[in-house]
Design a protein around this ligand. Structure first.
Ligand code: ITT
Length: 203
């Protein structure tokens, strides 16, 4: 049995982090660049979980390769959980990482530090023959008053994890991966992957 896993994301930054995080799993990890083109997957679910399942099902359906999808959102307490499922397109059509951060900082202008709490949430969905599983990883923090740092992607320059002195964008990738929502979710899915691929390999 070929121990192949395809990452069901069009976001190259998420794919890069997921590849690093999966590197010790003993699997042949593919991205969507390695398989036949898969058209846009409309994320019309009402939750991160629905969207993650939708992406993983679409990619497993098209490739027949066990698929892992990631749907992530930033939930800001002062904004009653927004942008949430709209995190990628927060600043509207044609949104970029920069325009999204700018909109968030504008919305949060003048909000005192104690009311700037937020959390990143990642739902991972694993779909393979006879298997559908989801796990969730959360990283709590606060929204900074200005962007800080050049590493990472997305909202990393404006997110200061609890207990950290630097934003995600000021950390090196290993440091972020150790405490991030995505890193935590990967740790939770690891036993499921071992069980699935171990069982498959033993057939
Ligand atoms: P796919 O649907 O193809 O996976 P996407 O970028 O649309 O790609 P999401 O729906 O999960 O993925 O969007 C989440 C957005 O949240 C993403 O575009 C980033 O702006 C942001 N994001 C996700 N993980 C992040 C992280 O670790 N650090 C900073 N921002 C992150």
């Amino acid at each position: 049995m070929d121990r192949k896993l395809v990452l069901a994301t069009h976001n190259k930054d998420k794919a890069r982090e997921l590849q690093t995080l999966c590197s010790g799993f003993g699997l042949h990890v593919l991205t969507l660049d390695d398989v036949s083109p898969i058209g846009e997957i409309i994320e019309d679910g009402e939750t991160l979980e629905e969207n993650a399942l939708k992406k993983a099902r679409a990619v497993f359906g098209a490739t027949g390769i066990p698929s892992l999808a990631d749907d992530s959102g930033l939930e800001v307490h002062y904004l009653r959980g927004e942008p949430g499922i709209y995190t990628a397109r927060y600043s509207g059509p044609g949104a970029s990482y920069q325009s999204n951060c700018k909109k968030l900082l504008t919305e949060m202008r003048g909000v005192p530090p104690r009311r700037r709490g937020a959390r990143f949430r990642t739902v991972l969905a694993f779909i393979a023959e006879g298997t559908e599983e989801t796990v969730e990883g959360i990283c709590k923090g606060t929204i900074t008053e200005e962007p800080l740092g050049k590493n990472g992607f997305g909202y990393d320059p404006v997110f200061l994890p609890v207990g950290a002195l630097r934003t995600f964008a000021e950390m090196d990738p290993d440091e972020k991966n150790r405490i991030s929502h995505r890193g935590k979710a990967l740790e939770l899915i690891r036993p499921l992957l071992s069980e699935f691929f171990g069982r498959e390999a033993g057939r």
